[in-house]
Design a protein around this ligand. Structure first.
Ligand code: N01
Length: 539
């Protein structure tokens, strides 16, 4: 390993770069900037150790729904050779263990202050430095500010009447404490997104009784989490370069070849055969993107996929009234979900489904939750699987101020913007990992792509003696326009989900992703670099 001098190169600054976050993004940024470029870097995380999302989301059943061999860093071949994943998907403890191994291997922890939240960061035009303010009272200065705040980490905790009167425990999946025992408890779960599906299937077998409070019924396909044998793993290791080449040039970066066959022009019998094979294989993104190429863009194809899943719900769920409640009424255009025998859960005697769209939650009572109809569910623990103020949530919560004191909150008051998913106008030397209008994919490959671009940009600045970079308004607006155009070619804007900010009351509906795939995204950002950063203002 090539750890160079720890002395700050930037005259008058405490550090060359501050990196916020110790998840996949932050850790890699510290490695690239400190270990490879010899910059003096300070990292912060409000958690007590590395892991980011996987430090916080310790709820029962938490796992990645990307296959194990592509839910990691592609650069890290040494740990890859030592790695042994037991199943097709990694559980939260396994991912956290991997991230700890990476942090040890690359000696990253010593650059971090943990249990320290960054409250704000202000750009000082006179010094050309960022003043980074933490909740420990410490303020430090740095030339570069790199944020790995997490795409899905600002928890959404809906406000319910009477919640303070509830005598039981209330937990959010995204801030899960150690040592929670759900066995033999009356558990209520609010929310049936990716998280809800995982925590519901894990809780049902252990709880005394589980009540699921479902607002929107969801399309859920099997995950297909099978054990991985040594031969499969050896093959994955041997073909690693080829696998990653495919991933980085694909659309969703999940490790499978996206289909090029349109469902629209495929016979109903053949569609049925392909959907059934995908159902048996497992995987949410595979079902949406690996079966046919037009499920996310053609209403006909979308209806075909939706009808197939609706048919499965009818077959699996024994009580027709419950099956009806579980059947989605909207199109199949949210982030695709998969689970471990999800619909089967509702055949269990100890599980009740409350349809809170038809009969909304009126209030929490001392003993549980009362619906508007008066029906009361007695509970010991209520789990909020209610998701996140996604993408821009953490940025607008933080006191971020760029040139002339302009705040990010103001810049994004009509919805988040962002250039290449990484930069913003009036925020010089400010680099977001998974900022707004970045790619919609399996996240580690996109994170890696962005961190490498950020590190290359910083490296070029240091070599050329550039003091500051930021995008022009024209470049930023053109990028946001491109993202809107691409999104409008898909069906995703027609479904209400966090992808367009629809899950947070009062949040403006805005485009938040570049939906043309990681391959096209990489070409676009590498084009900016190859063009000598012509779309950036450089001083
Ligand atoms: O959050 P969500 P999530 N009353 O917003 C409901 C990633 N992830 O944490 O649909 C009642 O999807 C809400 O209802 P509705 C992944 O990218 C990945 O589950 O808005 N219900 C919905 O059912 C995922 O997409 C993995 O009507 C309320 C649920 O809460 C993203 O994180 C695992 C409510 C929220 O679903 C977010 O998933 C887990 C209210 N007031 C998560 N407010 C992997 O596998 C909200 N809801 C890697």
């Amino acid at each position: 390993m090539n750890i160079q001098t720890e002395n700050t190169k930037t005259v008058g600054a405490d550090f060359d770069a501050v990196v916020i976050g110790a998840g996949f993004g932050g850790l890699y940024a510290v490695h690239k900037l400190r270990n490879e470029q010899g910059l003096n870097v300070r990292g912060y995380d409000s958690a007590s150790d590395v892991g980011g999302t996987w430090w916080w989301n310790r709820y029962p059943g938490a796992l990645s729904d990307t296959e194990s061999y592509v839910y990691r860093y592609s650069f890290d071949k040494e740990l890859l050779q030592k790695g042994r994943w037991k199943t097709r998907y990694l559980t939260q403890p396994e991912i956290l263990k991997y991230m700890n191994e990476v942090a040890d291997h690359l000696d990253l922890r010593r650059s971090y202050k943990f249990d320290t939240k960054v409250d704000g960061a202000h750009y000082n035009e006179k010094t050309g430095l960022w003043n980074v303010i933490t909740d420990s009272g410490e303020t430090v200065t740095a030339k570069y500010l790199v944020t790995g705040l997490g795409l899905l980490s600002a928890t959404n905790v809906p406000k319910f009447k009477g919640i303070g009167d509830f005598k039981g425990r209330v937990l959010h999946t995204g801030a899960w404490p150690e040592g929670v025992d759900l066995s033999n408890k009356r558990v209520g779960i609010i929310g049936t997104g990716s998280t809800g599906v995982q925590v519901i299937t894990a809780t049902a077998p252990v709880a005394k009784h589980l009540t699921v409070f479902q607002r929107s019924a969801q399309y859920v396909v099997p995950i297909g989490n099978t054990p991985q044998d040594d031969a499969t793993i050896a093959e994955q290791k041997a073909n690693y370069d080829k696998i990653w080449d495919q991933v980085k040039n694909s659309v969703v970066a999940f490790g499978f070849e996206e289909s090029v066959e349109p469902a629209e022009t495929t016979s109903p019998e053949e569609r049925e055969r392909v959907f059934e094979a995908a159902w048996q294989r497992g995987g949410g993104f595979y079902f949406m993107f690996g079966t046919f190429c037009d499920i996310a863009t053609s209403q006909v194809a979308n209806d075909a996929a939706a009808d197939f899943i609706k048919g499965k719900i009818k077959q699996i769920v024994k009580d027709p009234k419950v099956a009806e409640k579980l059947t989605p009424k909207d199109l199949y255009a949210k982030r695709p979900l998969c689970g471990n025998n999800y619909y089967e859960v509702y055949n269990r005697d100890n599980v009740t489904l409350a349809d809170v769209k038809a009969d909304p939650i009126a209030e929490f009572t001392p003993n549980g939750i009362r619906l508007e109809s008066g029906e009361e569910h007695e509970l010991d623990i209520v789990i909020f699987a209610t998701g996140f103020d996604a993408v821009d949530g953490n940025y607008v919560k933080m006191d971020l101020r760029g040139r002339g004191g302009v705040t990010m909150r103001d810049t994004w008051k009509e919805g988040p913007l962002g250039y290449l998913g990484m930069m913003e106008v009036d925020f010089p030397n400010f680099f977001m990992i998974l900022g707004p209008n970045g790619p919609f994919t399996n996240l580690p490959p996109s994170i890696e792509t962005q961190v490498e671009w950020i590190a290359d940009t910083i490296c070029a600045m240091e070599e050329e003696g550039v003091q500051s970079v930021e995008p022009t308004v024209e470049a930023r607006d053109a990028w946001v326009g491109t993202c809107r155009e691409i999104a409008d070619m898909t069906l995703f804007p027609k479904a209400e989900s966090w992808i367009f900010g629809a899950n947070i009351p009062g949040k403006k509906n805005a485009v938040m992703f570049y939906m043309a795939g990681i391959g096209n995204y990489r070409n676009a950002i590498n084009g900016v670099k190859d063009d000598g950063y012509a779309s950036l203002m450089r001083n």
